[in-house]
Design a protein around this ligand. Structure first.
Ligand code: ATP
Ligand code: MG
Length: 349
């Protein structure tokens, strides 16, 4: 039985920019299977664009190997030029050719096709992106979101083995962005296109991704489904950056962890005496009225459907808690704070 190789494989890839003395990508390995949408997320300067540029062939790795469909495209012995990699690209400034109309923009990469084939392909792609009949329009006559979709159609026209998108929605407003993310996912799934996309928006990342790749300082910190990463972040950074976890200091005392929330049983992964951070999320906190409780209500806001409280612990530390609307607490009222053990992630410092 033959198994098809992954569409993308990074094997221990590193890239340093000597001019700035930064290792933009450090010993990164991952595989992407056909049809999967992987979202690369991480703070500014984490190396996201560099990963895409390495794949596209605009940067050369210092170490490691990059394979596309099982063929080496970059290693210390071999370097396949960008135009031979069969990759489509959509970048944040869309970069449609201003002097070409929509049809010619989309057909740009179809050099070998006949006139008839080009026309058919353009019209099929315009249907796919929900903009039938705009062949003759020029880029400046289109809205930002329309340009974005045309630029995606242009990238998809030559049926790339892989589509790379670097913050493709950064120039469109919030409402359109929400709409585009659904459409783009649908288009990719419909065409079974393998894609790697960079975004800064965590909500977007969660909603769109089959897999998330979290980068920090050039390292691939975690790879997994949005659900896995949300529930089981492997580092404090990810708990805070991706999961929106609030980090509460604690100390391991025997088989318990003491913190301002009280005592909870310690997992056997932490050492006695260690200082730890407990990561909890606002939706997992339960407040109960108690005149001698560990926290007081600092602020209350109504967020449609639930109340959002800021609560203050004895130490002055603030936590956020989402609660249903029955018998709301008053500002200044003392409360107890409870979190189920299963909803707490514990990180040793
Ligand atoms: N051509 C270059 N020459 C020198 N340094 C570079 C070059 N390209 C990127 N870098 C550096 O490599 C690191 C990673 O850059 P990269 O553009 O990959 O980050 P990013 O995660 O895409 O960030 P952002 O979210 O801001 O777009 C940064 O420190 C950056 O300054
Ligand atoms: Mg970038």
């Amino acid at each position: 039985m033959t198994t098809t190789p992954p569409v993308i494989e990074f094997k221990n890839v590193s890239k340093t920019f000597p001019s700035r003395d930064v290792t933009a990508v450090h010993d990164v390995s991952f595989k992407v299977q056909e049809g999967d949408l992987v979202i690369v997320i991480g703070p500014s300067g984490a190396g996201k664009t560099t990963v895409l540029r390495l794949l596209a062939g605009f940067e050369e790795p210092d170490q490691g190997e990059i394979l596309i469909n099982g063929n080496v495209v970059a290693s210390n012995r071999k370097l396949v030029p960008p135009e031979k990699r069969g990759i489509g690209m959509v970048f944040q400034d869309y970069a449609l050719f201003p002097h070409l109309n929509v049809a010619d923009n989309i057909a740009f990469g179809l050099r070998k096709a006949s006139k008839r084939e080009k026309k058919d392909r353009v019209s099929r792609l315009l249907d796919l992106i929900g903009l039938p009949g705009i062949e003759k329009a020029y880029p400046h006559e289109l809205s930002g979101g329309q340009q974005q979709r045309v630029s995606m159609a242009r990238a998809l026209a030559p049926k790339p083995v892989l589509l790379l998108m670097d913050e493709p929605f950064s120039n469109v407003d919030a409402e359109l962005r929400t709409q585009l993310r659904e459409e783009v996912r649908e288009i990719l799934k419909h065409t079974n296109t393998t894609a790697l996309m960079v975004t800064h928006d965590q909500q977007e990342a969660s909603e769109m991704a089959d897999y998330l790749a979290i980068l920090k300082d050039g390292h691939l910190e975690q790879w997994g489904t949005p659900h896995d990463i949300y529930c089981k972040p492997v580092t404090m950074f990810i708990a805070n950056f991706f999961g929106g976890g609030m980090l509460i200091p604690g100390v391991v005392n025997g088989d318990m962890i003491e913190s301002e929330l009280g005592s909870i049983s310690a997992p056997n992964t932490v050492k006695d005496g260690a200082t730890v951070k407990l990561s909890v999320r606002s939706e997992n906190i339960r407040l109960t009225a108690n005149a001698h409780g560990v926290a007081s209500i600092y602020q209350r806001r109504y967020w449609g459907g639930h109340y959002h409280y800021s609560i203050k612990l004895e130490s002055g530390m603030m936590l956020q808690a989402a609660q249903d609307t029955e018998s709301p607490f008053d500002v200044g009222q003392r409360v107890d704070v409870q979190v189920d053990l299963q909803d707490i992630n514990i990180f040793e410092e």
